[in-house]
Design a protein around this ligand. Structure first.
Ligand SMILES: Cc1cc2nc3c(=O)[nH]c(=O)nc-3n(C[C@H](O)[C@H](O)[C@H](O)COP(=O)(O)OP(=O)(O)OC[C@H]3O[C@@H](n4cnc5c(N)ncnc54)[C@H](O)[C@@H]3O)c2cc1C
Length: 325
């Protein structure tokens, strides 16, 4: 270990800076633990995501959130007070949305946390005293405990060698994929000026959101995000992003009977693990040794609130096991 002496050792290493990882990290930091988060993405927030491209802003992951539990309502109230969330109505019901972009809610949650982006943990090694974390280039950190929050198949892959029981738990979760197409226009497209995203109950498209209509959005953000339905996404999952984007724009134009102007930007994101359709729903989120826990929306259900609560639940079980309360 002598060559690793300069690499810090943390009380808790969290894998994933999505909502689950951020919730767990905040709880741990609140108890005075040293916490490090590693995330393979370029930006904080995971699937609560925003993409900027060619001057346009797209909400290409979660569109809105709802808060039912006391714990999540409390943090949402704090974010509302600070302007990181704002109110929205979806299908006539109260909802919330990151402000000015969805990612701003994650930025709010991640404030004062130690997060390293663009670090993909590929292996975890358990020794008698600590856990060692590696990326493709080698050793990156060590920690006393860890909470693993990537989507279930990625969590299972990380845990298979060191705690097969938790890996098996993760194997129980099932996801639907989602192709998300993004288009930018030089002029306002002739889309309906609705107060909320257009949602479709069947057919190839699940949702179409003209970004300029979002609360808090810049009215000159002539950007359109289309989320394909789970069925269409599954059927076309291995298609190219170019073909998926063109097909979805064609389908929406037909559905609305509109001629869309030429696009100044066109891209498509393949969310392989988009929405949990069968959560793993385990009672136990922690390994027998008490040093490894799992969290993520796939523990409870396909929502930002579920991800948040799973992070709190995982850390809660860890504190009990380690007598940290
Ligand atoms: C298209 C789409 C639309 C949605 N719409 C809504 C909605 O309207 N409302 C709602 O409430 N929810 C919605 N959701 C679901 C919501 O986004 C998720 O439930 C929530 O964001 C999941 O958070 P999480 O922390 O569990 O996982 P994630 O957000 O997936 O976070 C996991 C993180 O782990 C990182 N990671 C993975 N593997 C590694 C590794 N090996 N090393 C380091 N980092 C790693 C990833 O980069 C990621 O940042 C939607 C999701 C999608 C994709």
């Amino acid at each position: 270990m002598s060559s690793n002496l300069s690499i810090p050792k943390y009380d808790l290493v969290i894998i994933g800076a999505g909502i689950a990882g951020l919730a767990a990290a905040r709880a741990a930091k609140g108890l005075g633990l040293s916490v490090k988060i590693f995330d393979k993405g370029q930006r904080i927030g995971g699937r609560a995501a925003t993409r900027r491209a060619d001057g346009f802003t797209f909400t290409h992951g979660a569109q809105f959130l709802t808060a039912h539990s006391v714990e999540f309502r409390n943090i949402c109230q704090a974010a509302l007070r600070e302007g990181a969330l704002t109110n929205w109505r979806i299908r006539g019901k109260a909802a919330l949305v990151g402000c000015p972009t969805m990612r701003d809610f994650s930025v709010f949650l991640g404030r004062d946390l130690d997060v390293s982006q663009s670090v993909e943990i590929t292996r975890i090694k358990m020794t008698e005293n600590c856990l060692l974390f590696f990326d493709a280039k080698g050793f990156v950190a060590s920690g006393q405990r860890t909470i693993i929050t990537p989507p279930a198949p990625q969590t299972a892959a990380l845990l298979r060698q060191i705690t097969p029981t938790l890996a098996q738990t993760a194997d129980g979760a099932v996801y639907a994929p989602c192709w998300t197409a993004m288009f930018g226009f030089d002029e306002a497209p002739p889309l309906p000026r609705t107060q909320e995203p257009l949602q479709f109950d069947d057919g190839p498209i699940a949702l179409a959101n003209y970004e300029a209509n979002r609360p808090g959005s810049d009215s000159t953000n002539f950007a359109l995000t289309i989320q394909a339905s789970a069925k269409w996404s599954s059927l076309n999952l291995e298609d190219t992003s170019e073909r998926a984007a063109s097909a979805l724009l064609y389908e929406l134009s037909n559905l609305l009977g509109l001629q869309m102007p030429p696009t100044a930007h066109q891209s498509c994101h393949r969310w392989r693990y988009a929405k949990v359709i069968k959560p793993a729903d385990p009672d136990k989120l922690i390994s027998d040794c008490g040093r490894i826990a799992i969290a993520g929306d796939w523990i409870i259900g396909p929502r930002i609130e579920a991800a948040y609560l799973s992070g709190l639940r995982a850390f809660g079980q860890m504190t009990k096991a380690m007598h940290l309360e």
